[in-house]
Design a protein around this ligand. Sequence first.
Ligand code: GLU
Length: 370
Amino acid sequence: MTNDTLTSASRRQSLIAMLSIPVIALAASSFTINTAAYAADNLPRVLVLATGGTIAGQADPRAAGAYKSGQITGEQLVASVPGLDKLASVNAEQISSIGSQDMNDKVWFALAQRIQQAFDKNEADAVVITHGTDTLEETAFFLDNVVKGDKPVVIVGSMRPATAVSADGPGNLYEAFQVAADPRSRGRGVMAVLNDKIQSARSVTKTNTTSVETFMSPNDGPIGYVDTAGGVRFLAQAGAKRTTYALPASDPLPRVEIVYSHANMDAIPIEDAISHGAKGIVLAGVGDGNTSKPALDALEAAAKKGIIVVRATRVRSGFVTRNVEVDDDKNGFVVSEDLNPQKARVLTQLLIASGVTAPAELQKAFTATW
Ligand code: GLU
């Protein structure tokens, strides 16, 4: 691993060199850059899987303040953060180089397969995934539902590119390594580490477009905190009741659409979803997962045709409760509980892919955490 032989001074040099390299457009498809093998010491072996995002972003020479995400490799990122080599023995691989707005099933499957292989073959003690922040929560939740075993998987990103004044990526990456390397991190499912907080894959969500204080767990708060001086402090157990589903043999996952409810809502978005082959519809409903009469009628008709209907909410926190204003039992609907629409979509896809389609069974899977 390159860090083993680098002094802090030379790591600083490599960061300076990295920041001044011209913007290189990396292919958005899956490819691998392996560093040398893990060092032969007793440090935990952390496999870094890089996917792109702002944490790998570089300034765009065309406009002040603008940048392009996914320009720097995982290997370069690791080499740029002083002290990682004291926490872990590191191997970095590039899975993709994309902004996470382009995250897709192919990258998800590649990540899930590589992590499972690394754990099953005992190639790594923990995995750190570098990722854009826009869909970080969806990737975290997908992996939480398919990766088996209790070794730590930590997902990390940044809100500012490496070239920004006061970039948050290096600190976040260091803290992600602190968590990944800590034996107490085992058995907690996939965790997101940003801005000194450790948050569960199920609860974490992006709440602010630009602030570094953006990732929150609205219903239950962080499961722990981490900082360079204080180390790792866990407050709550996550992942204890984690259920994992078999990764389907190949991508893509079944088509599930999110339909956003609003005042003056009609049935057209629901009819569109059905006409484009949706196997499931997640309602980002108003309030307690509700919507207008025409939209509810369309959802009821969809459920009668065997399309899975899950009521979630566009409201940022709280639970969606069965049979309050909407008769879920009669209509064959499922409620998302605490899962926001984008995570409810992922779970619905995995359940359909696993052959779970009866509303009662689907509901059990959504409610499993409580
Ligand atoms: N849209 C980019 C992404 O998600 C930038 C957001 C970020 O990484 O902070 O990759």
